[in-house]
Ligand binder design. Structure first.
Ligand code: ARG
Length: 557
């Protein structure tokens, strides 16, 4: 709509300003009585050598179009009132025809590779990994909606010296059955024990180094144990992914790059970038600490594997963009990684981006592995679902499919609580707050949608091709919001910010609920049909917003 108006204004100005320039200048008046959009004429004063008010007056008479109702001059501004019904007809018809494809761009043949979740084998799935999973999943959906192919990559932490320690620990104290029952808890237990014991007995560390060396060299026993730890951990992670409805195209983690690091080291050497420092090999960087590529004993590191992975991804996907959805505590690591790639002459690294995020807090404190006791994500999700189940028992005990709906609401609540905030903010994890049906919550958006669904079925709503013929004054807010949806998606993509969509869904819900509170919908006349059509468009975009965020939309709750 804004673009259309900008076109009209630019033409009236005989192209003194481009359409984009005009659009950027358009403002939303403080009060709706002043109009739908305002265009300030200050910057034209110099060019036309007239007062902004005179320019506004002269410009106003040249502004017309079927979608414009009235143009008023107010000091240096022209205030435009849209032809609300005409615009509503246009937008409502578009949404009803395109349904969930409204705002979807044509496939552009380009790829976005997204490295997200990426937990560490034999370690608990942390709240940071939950944030990465939820944000990365949403970003992948958003990229697809923008016409890209998304490649979802789980860069598992499945390699490194800790596996030597685990192998030694397992051989000394491991209990096969216990690990099979509870892989991550048990593996963590023996890992912690290893550290305690190694403090007294340094020989254990030597054994661990040897064990990791054996693993690197492909020793059969070491490899079999490693594979078992990995599979067992992965099956626990997969239980979480399936609760969250998340999938990956690749589980190529750090181990996958074991045989791909030598060529990188050679390339660094050939380009004379590797330097000795205290016996280790590093790449020196400007304005930041050097990147450590190889330890004294020849062992490679997290950074080395990320270098190999970055190059592999370029060769494999030829991606337009690569996102690393990882907590902001790793910012330096990614700055170094991208700087090394640039030094190597890989200018494509400019398309690689770290997508950082803040911490998850509980009662103001970092929510992480407490001493000896682990906050298991699966438990947290279960607790949330229980809280929702209690809510349902109070509000709607007759609800069919109670268990499934409680699941969809509980998990939706956790995801929405994460995504409604700008990702750099730390977020507070309060089950009680995030499951309420009122306020800025996922359940609130889901509830608004379910309410519309009930309304539609009570009104026996059937879609037809007729445009709406009436528009309540209170519905105009809704129409304006609906029209911004394509731009909302685009902004969410450009800023890599699912929060933009979450906020849209909250705004649309609020707007609809206000309308709904003051309007009788089921009047059994022609107006009913038009109102239900608008309700239907709201539901379509709420469901699509939730889908993009990775949240289910139950029809009844
Ligand atoms: N496994 C790492 C961790 O848990 C995250 C890996 C992120 N991805 C990457 N390519 N470095 O901290």
């Amino acid at each position: 709509m804004k673009t259309k108006l900008a076109q009209v204004i630019a033409t009236a100005l005989q192209d003194s300003l481009t359409i984009e320039e005009v659009e950027a200048l358009l403002e939303t008046p403080k009060h709706a009585q002043l109009g739908d959009v305002a265009f300030p004429c200050f910057i034209l004063a110099k060019k036309y050598k007239k007062s902004p008010h005179t320019i506004a007056s002269e410009l106003a008479i040249k502004i017309h179009g079927t979608f414009i109702q009235e143009v008023r001059v107010e000091n240096a501004y022209i205030n435009v009132f849209y032809n609300q019904l005409q615009i509503a007809q246009d937008i409502v018809t578009q949404v009803l025809v395109q349904q969930s494809r409204y705002g979807t761009k044509e496939k552009n043949g380009q790829k976005v590779a997204i490295d997200f979740s990426s937990p560490n084998i034999a370690k608990p799935f942390s709240m940071g990994h939950l944030r990465s999973t939820v944000i990365g999943h949403a970003l992948a959906n958003i990229a697809e909606k923008q016409g890209y192919e998304a490649n979802r990559i789980n860069h598992l932490g499945d390699w490194g010296t800790q596996f030597g320690k685990l192998i030694v620990a397992y051989k000394l104290w491991g209990n096969k059955e216990a690990i099979e029952q509870n892989p991550i808890t048990e593996l963590l237990k023996i890992y912690v024990k290893f550290h305690d014991e190694a403090e007294q007995d340094d020989a254990l560390n030597d054994q661990a180094r040897q064990a990791f060396k054996a693993l690197e060299d492909g020793n059969e026993e070491a490899t079999a144990l490693w594979k078992w730890f990995r599979d067992a951990s992965l099956s626990e992670f997969n239980a979480i992914y399936s609760m969250l409805g998340v999938h990956f195209d690749s589980y190529n983690g750090e181990a996958f790059y074991n045989d791909k690091m030598q060529p990188v080291v050679e390339e660094l050497t050939a380009k004379a970038l590797l330097e000795q420092s205290d016996g280790a090999m590093v790449v020196k960087l400007e304005g930041m600490p050097p990147s450590l590529i190889m330890k004294k004993d020849g062992a490679t590191l997290y950074a080395t594997r990320d270098l190999a992975a970055a190059i592999y991804r370029y060769n494999t996907y030829q991606p337009a963009k690569v996102y690393y959805v990882v907590g902001n505590e790793q910012s330096l690591h990614f700055k170094q990684l991208f700087a090394v790639l640039q030094k190597m002459g890989h200018t494509w690294a400019a398309n690689y981006e770290h997508i950082p995020f803040g911490m998850m807090l509980k009662d103001g404190k970092k929510m992480s592995t407490r001493k000896g006791k682990v906050v298991l994500l699966a438990d947290v999700l279960r607790e949330t679902i229980e809280a929702v189940t209690k809510n349902i028992e109070v509000k709607n005990p007759q609800l069919p499919n109670k268990a499934q709906v409680a699941n969809e609401i509980g998990i939706g609540a956790v995801i929405f609580n994460d995504l409604k905030n700008d990702r750099m903010n730390d977020i507070e994890f309060s089950i009680e707050k995030m499951v309420t049906f009122e306020g800025e919550t996922g359940p609130y958006v889901q509830y608004t949608n379910a309410r519309i669904q009930t309304l539609l079925s009570k009104g026996h709503f059937e879609l037809d091709a007729e445009p709406i013929l009436r528009l309540d004054e209170e519905a105009w807010e809704i129409i304006k919001l609906l029209g911004t949806f394509p731009a909302v998606i685009e902004t969410a993509f450009i800023q890599a910010s699912p929060a933009v969509i979450a906020k849209f869904s909250l705004g649309l819900s609020r707007s609809f609920n206000k309308y709904y509170a003051n309007t009788k919908f089921l009047t059994n006349d022609l107006q009913e049909k038009d109102r239900l059509k608008i309700a239907n468009t709201v539901s379509i975009l709420l469901e699509e917003s939730l889908r993009l965020l990775g949240i289910k939309a139950p029809k009844e709750m």
